[in-house]
Design a protein around this ligand. Sequence first.
Ligand code: CFN
Ligand code: HCA
Length: 538
Amino acid sequence: KKKKVLSAEAVKEELLKKYPPKVARKRDKQIHITGEEDSSEIMANVRTIPGIITMRGCTYAGCKGVILGPTRDIVNITHGPIGCGFYSWLTRRNQTKAPSATDENFMPYAFSTDMQDEDIIFGGEKKLEQACLEAYELFKPKAMAIFATCPVGLIGDDVHAVARKMKEKLGINVFAFSCEGYKGVSQSAGHHIANNQIFTHVVGENDTVKMGEYKINVLGEYNIGGDAFEIERILEKCGITMVSTFSGNSTYEQFATAHTADLNTVMCHRSINYVAEMMETKYGIPWIKINFIGAEATAKSLRKIAQYFGDKKLIDRVEEVIAEEMPQVQAVLDEVFPFTKGKTAMLFVGGSRAHHYQELFNEMGMRTLSAGYEFGHRDDYEGRHVIPDIKVDADSRNIEELEVTPDTARFSPRKSVEQLMRLEAEGLKFKDYEGMMPEMDKGSIVIDDLNQYEADKLVELMKPDIFCAGIKEKFSIQKMGVPMKQLHSYDYGGPYAGFKGACNFYKEIKRMVTSKVWSGMKAPWEENPELSATYVWE
Ligand code: CFN
Ligand code: HCA
């Protein structure tokens, strides 16, 4: 019997019911039901209320783990207690492929100054210098990066001074990040800090121009579970040259030559828009939004790139590639569709996946009942350019504060930013800021900075067929009898990007939503019949 048990409004009311009034008022602004006429805004990128068990991570994680982590040939030294370095050591599953065994790959190492009480009391700069010298002695890297953790900020060690000193002494590029964990409200501040420093210290260092007719950078793709390998395969097949990626499967040289590309394509806008904007300002390289999560989204993105260059040869080649790839995708989809159709999902991930993965679920005929970002900003939710609301302090300069010189003619990008704007005015859409809320079905529940209490409550009330989030959520959700897929690390799976990735995802989700394991468990509503109503979507 089909019965819609709880309306989105009733679910929202339930979520807020237990909170003290002040907390409820704040959370109310962070929970949005799509299609509501009275407001199209959501409060985001604000501090988590102390005491609430947030899903978020810290600024250090966003800087060291997310942006710099996937580059294989920079020695990344964490200046801090060992836990920070240890817990950011390979847990993100960003992969890399050095061309040969002799090529540098420092990713399997965790470099840290392992600060002790004594260093906190007397200062840790000397120990940091020592760590740099030791790392250089052992590995002779072409560059080193230093990351400050909370205690370093609190005691005031000057990581930038140490970096300058080491740069001079060792004759290699050494730069530092004031990315103390407490610095922002989430990982997001860490992205900004990382972007600023990479742009200031590395981009533009090497003017070597790569061969290739259509040269692009792929920004905001981090090669989790091998996603970048699949994207590289597709771009190569289309005859598109990748100059750099920020930063999946990347190298120092890629960052240094990034300014020689014709076009920046931006996948995770949240984490890397700063680099895209700065390259546009300084080098006149336009950027467009793309997304390789979902087979249709991949095809659309390839077409958008081809459309940007406007050459018939590329446009035709892209169509050929899509025509070649799609039949396999369709074959897998035909297989899984009868099992996945009509099933429901919930997605709570960082700053873009909770939106991007809805593409894949849509392709499988699954509806996302509720979704949200850990640290997305309003533009990520609302799909329009909202004035940036992030505040980064003096150390980690703001875009406006960077002294950039317009240098647009240097590598003569195929089209200038002005030309792109003219094309936009003619109706070609390149620079759309897609957003989560406008693209979700009316009546869906969008929740910013979901916490453990609300996650459990949502599952209890709406019983999705699958819940997607991170490691902290995994086991509590599974214990409630609901399959849980990690959309950060992909558990042990992937790639999920591109055409082959879509096939992998379809199969994995079909396996999970049809699994007998979960039906064998006693979920709370099985023991308490009053909770046993099911949510059915028509
Ligand atoms: S790979 Fe990216 S896609 S970079 Fe960002 S916003 Fe994190 S590490 Mo976890 S999985 Fe996640 Fe996004 Fe961009 Fe990853 S959704 S939270 S900081 N993220
Ligand atoms: C981070 C990294 C993380 C954590 C994932 C998770 C990742 O935020 O520090 O909570 O499972 O993707 O590895 O987002």
